[in-house]
Design a protein around this ligand. Sequence first.
Ligand SMILES: Nc1ncnc2c1ncn2[C@@H]1O[C@H](COP(=O)(O)OP(=O)(O)OP(=O)(O)O)[C@@H](O)[C@H]1O
Length: 660
Amino acid sequence: MSISSAPSADDSDAPSVAQPANTATNKAKKPRPKALPHHSEEIDVQAMPQVLGRLTRLAVRYPWHCTFAILAALGAAVFNLLMPLLLGHAVDQAGHLLVNAQLGADVVRKALLVTGSLIVLVCAVRGILTGLQGYLGETLAQKVGYDLRMAFYEKLQRLSFSYHDKIHTGDLIARGMLDLEGVRAFLEFGVLRVITLSLLLGVGSWRLLSIDVTLGLLALSFVPFVAWNAARTGLRLRVSWQRLQKMMSEMTLNMEENLQGVRVVRAFTSRLHEMAKFDKISDVALRLSNQRITERMGNMSAMVLAYYTSMALVLWVGGQRVASGALTVGSLTEFLTFITILQQPLRQIGMIVNASARATGSGARLFEVLDTDPEIKDASQAHELQLDQGLLRFDSVSFAYGHGPNDRTILHDVSFEVKKGEVLGIVGAPGSGKSTLAHLIPRFYEVSSGSITIDGQDLRSLKLASLRSAVSLVQQENFLFDTAVHNNVAYSEPQAGEERVIAAASVAQIHEHVEQLPRGYTTRVGERGVALSGGQRQRMTIARGLLDQPAILVLDDSTAAIDPATEQRVRAALQSSLKNTATIIIAHRLSSLKHANQIIVLDEGRIVERGTHAELAVAGGRYAELWNLQNRGAQNDADVSANTSVSGEIKNNSNVEFAS
Ligand SMILES: Nc1ncnc2c1ncn2[C@@H]1O[C@H](COP(=O)(O)OP(=O)(O)OP(=O)(O)O)[C@@H](O)[C@H]1O
C-alpha cells in the first residue's frame, strides 16, 4: 500500500518482488557518500502543522477506527470527570446522614451503598474506555506505521542509483526504523491525549469556577506552571535525545565497521585503539543520558511541588470556607479530587510536545524520501523490448554522474556494437570507466548524451522491467544473500526448477563444489556468502546471471578471483551455452579476452584502441604493451612454480594489470 506515491504499473525502477531485475547485485561502486545529518538539533516549528497534518490525514484513512478511538477517549474523559462529582456527592451525603442521625442506620447504609456502587461502576466504565482508547490508539498507529513502512520500503526499491549515491545507507535505515517509530508514537499518544486533556481541562475548570471562583483559580493555579514546565522540558529532552541519537548512530556505525573489518582489526592487533575509539563515543552518550535523567527528575520534582502547593492552598482556603459554612466538605473533596485527576494528563504535556516535535522531524524525513521521484523510470509511452539480433549499440555515449558544471565527464563519445553470439572485451586502467559503462546497459544511470539501443530501440523508450530481464550484469562486488545456494542462483526467478539452477551452476563451474556442500543446493551461504571463497562467490554470481539465458550478459571483472584453469573452463562453457547472448567481458587479465570478437581499450573514459586480440597484441599500443608484460609475468610465475601445482582459487591475478 502506498502513501504518497503509489507505484504505477509503468514506473518501476528497481527489482520488485514480482519481477526482479536480472542483475547479480545492484550495488554500484561509488565514493562513500557523506552521511546526511539525520537528527537536526533544531525543532522545525514552522513545518509542524504541515507534517503533523499530513500524518493525521494518514490516520483518517481509517475513519471507523479513528471515530471509535476518539469516542473512547471522550468517553474516558467524561467518566473521569464524573469521579470528583460523585466523590463530592458521597462525602456530602455521608455528612448529611450523620447530621440527621434519626434517619436510621439502614437508610444511611443504603444511600452510601448506592453512591459507592455508582463510583465503582463509573470507575469500571472509565477503565474499560481507557483500555479501549489505548487499544484503538495503538492499533491505529500500528496500521499507519505499517502503511508508511511498506510505502518507504517500496520507494527504496525504486529510487535511482543516483539517489542512493547521495544518501548514506545508514541514514536511510534510520529513517525506515527510528523515524517510523517516532511517527507511530505521535499517532499513538499525541492526538488522543490532546483530546482527553482538552476535555478534562475545559469542563473541569468550568465546573470548579462555577462552584467558587477563588477556590477554582487556586485549584487550577498549578496548571499553567506544570503545562509550561512540561512543554519546556519536553522540548529540551527532545534536543538532548537528538544528540543522544546521533551518538547512538555513531556507535552503531563504529560497531558495524569494527565487525565488518574484524579480520583487519585482529591482524593489526588494533583492539586497544578500537576500544578507545568506541569508549570516546560511548562516554559522550553516557554523559548525555545522565543529563537527561537530571533534567527529567528536576522537572518531576518541580511539578510535584507545584501540584502539592495548589492542593495545600485549596485545603487552607477551602477549609476556612467549610468552617464558615460557605462550602460543603463534598465540594472541597471535589476540588481536591479534580486536582489529583488533572495532574497526570498535565504532566503528559511534556510527552505530547516531545512526541509532536519528534514526529515533525521524523515525518519530514520520511516524506522527503516518499516524495522523491525516481530519476530513472518508465517513460509514459514505454514499451516492451522486442528482441531480434540482440544488437547492443552504444552511439557516441558520454556520461557524468552529476549534472552540475563541476561534475567530471566519466565516459566520452563511446561507440561500439555487439550482437548475439558475439563477445566484446573491455579493458582499461582502474577508474577508466569500465564499470560505469556496464551500469549504463541496464539503465542504472541515464546517458548524458548519445544513445544506447538494443535492436534499434533506445533504452529510454523501454519498460525498465523488460530491459532488465534481458540484461544480466554480474558485478565486481559479488553480493550473495544469506540464504540457500539454490535461492541465490535462482534470485531472478525464485520458482526456477532444480534443473535450471544446476544447468547455470554447471556453466559457472560451481556445481561440483555445491554438491560437496553438507546440504548441497539447500546449504546456506552465510552473511554475504562468508562460507564460500572469493572465487566460489564469483562463480555463484555468474550462475545467478546465467539462469535466465539473458540476451545480454555483462561480466564486470567477475572472474578475477578465479584461477586461470577454472576460468578457462567457465569461458568454454559460456561459449557453448550462450549462442544467443551478446556477452561483454570486462577484465584486467587479458588472457580472459583472447577469444573475444572485438576488444576495446578505455583510457580516461575514451576508446583509444579497438580490434581483436590478435590485432591489438601486435599493434604496438597500450594493449600490446600490457599483453607483453602479463605474458612475461606469467612466464616468470611458471618458472618459479615449475613442478608445483597451483590449485584452488586465487584472490588476485598475479599478472600485471593496467596501471592507473
Ligand atoms: N557512483 C559514482 N558517483 C560518482 N563517481 C563515480 C561513481 N562510480 C564511479 N565513479 C567514478 O567514475 C570513475 C570511473 O569509475 P569506474 O568504476 O567506472 O572505473 P573502472 O574502470 O571500472 O575501475 P576498476 O577497474 O577499478 O573497476 C572513477 O573516477 C570513479 O571515481
